[in-house]
Design a protein. Structure first.
Length: 99
């Protein structure tokens, strides 16, 4: 997403296996928050991952990132056990959504 040539937010995804995409590095600039840009970025990433063959998406975020956790849960993500080795569940949250 951009305004006057300046990125307001971004994100990416990669395949973890043949059917699971990992949402990576979602970010919205502070001055652009509360405008549903995070939701729009997430929806576009999910749609693109689905076109790439994914049937599910997963992601990780920090427990202190309450806005992100609320967004992901509102979009249908559910908590799962961490899919990354040595993650501290007191610090990180893993979530998954079937597409």
């Amino acid at each position: 997403m951009q305004e006057e040539g300046r990125a307001l937010g971004y994100g990416g995804w990669r395949l973890l296996d043949t059917q699971t995409a990992e949402i990576k590095r979602m970010y919205v600039r502070p001055e652009a928050r509360a405008q549903s840009l995070g939701r729009e970025i997430l929806l576009r990433l999910e749609a693109d991952a689905k076109l790439g063959g994914a049937t599910a998406t997963q992601l990780e975020t920090g427990v202190a990132n309450t806005r992100a956790l609320a967004l992901y849960r509102a979009q249908g993500y559910v908590p799962i056990t961490s899919y990354r080795p040595n993650r501290n569940p007191a610090v990180n949250r893993a979530l998954r959504k079937e597409l």
